[in-house]
Design a protein around this ligand. Structure first.
Ligand code: GUN
Length: 291
């Protein structure tokens, strides 16, 4: 069994990004600029945005966080998005999700100029991705592809089972793995799937993205399979200072011995997602996707 080390892969890509930023600024260009909008005081969102801010600094980007009260109106937020769309000093921006219940996330996502949508959530970017056109890829699917590439894991002709059909992970990764060049035969399982265990047991590559802690057990996994665990469920723990720990969608201790490769939680897919956001921001600054 080989453990996939997301931190190691993320560090290697981070160095490549930082070197490219150095080249840009040495050539007289300004540094890429990412803006994050953070609404309310959700603890996890604050942590994620803090990590994104720090990573920006570490790769040489400029970073701005716009913080708004939980009570901010949708119209006000849409006005701020319009300002960012028109601000030539801003290459890309994200609106950290989830948003408070009185704000439509879909309305907000669709207000973002696709050229600055470095989360890759706008339907224009989703549509371009599905058509195989250049687009900003969503962070988690892109991170998974980078892990498979780094470890030279063969995808051509393989049976891949994706568990979960979310807009930000399951559906995009299923589509990307089926595209020319990756050439997987992909099955998407979800909460209404019949015979889920038997289906997963056919997979050469399992992508677990259903959001249920330790859902994938050893009996579901074919010997020698590659298992990618996207789950991050917080559960109470007496052993940690924070009082909680992260569990993946895979019952790691019993599944790992059967795998050829497996991602741990934490330290697998997680560290890759911020890097994907940095990759997209660099592309935005270089006008690589939209000229
Ligand atoms: N909330 C959890 N993950 C993400 C992400 O990748 N982007 C945004 N905007 N919000 C999130």
């Amino acid at each position: 069994m080989n453990l996939i080390n997301g931190k190691e892969v993320a560090d290697s890509l981070k160095a490549v990004i930082a070197a490219q930023v150095n080249e840009m600024t040495a050539a007289g260009c300004r540094a890429p600029h990412l803006v994050a909008i953070l609404v309310g005081d959700d603890g996890a969102s604050q942590t994620y945005v803090g990590h994104k801010e720090r990573m920006c600094t570490e790769v040489g980007f400029r970073s701005t966080v716009l913080r708004f009260e939980e009570s901010v109106t949708q119209d006000f937020l849409l006005g701020e998005i319009e300002k960012l769309n028109n601000d030539a000093e801003v290459d890309g921006f994200i609106v950290q999700l989830p948003l408070p219940g009185h704000i439509s996330e879909q309305r907000v996502i669709e207000a973002i100029d696709p050229r600055k949508d470095v989360d890759g959530f706008h339907p224009v970017n989703t549509g371009r991705m599905i058509s195989g056109l250049p687009s900003y890829l969503p962070a988690t699917p892109d991170g998974i592809l980078e892990l498979l590439k780094y470890y030279k894991i063969e995808t051509v002709g393989k049976n891949c089972v994706v568990i979960g059909r979310s807009n930000i992970v399951g559906r995009p990764i299923a589509n990307l793995l089926s595209q020319k060049g990756r050439d997987c035969t992909v099955t998407v399982c979800h909460s209404r799937t019949h015979n889920l265990s038997q289906t997963v047991a056919q997979a050469d590559i399992v992508i677990a993205a259903i959001g249920i802690a330790e859902f994938v057990t050893a009996d579901m996994v074919k010997p020698g399979a590659v298992v990618v665990d996207v789950g991050i469920t917080r559960v109470p723990s007496e052993k940690t200072k924070s009082g909680w720990k992260l569990l993946g969608d895979v019952k790691f201790d019993e599944v790992a011995p059967k795998c050829s490769y497996i991602t741990p939680v934490p330290g697998g897919v997680g560290p890759m997602t911020i890097i994907s956001l940095m990759k997209n921001t660099l592309k935005a600054a270089k006008r690589e996707i939209y000229k």
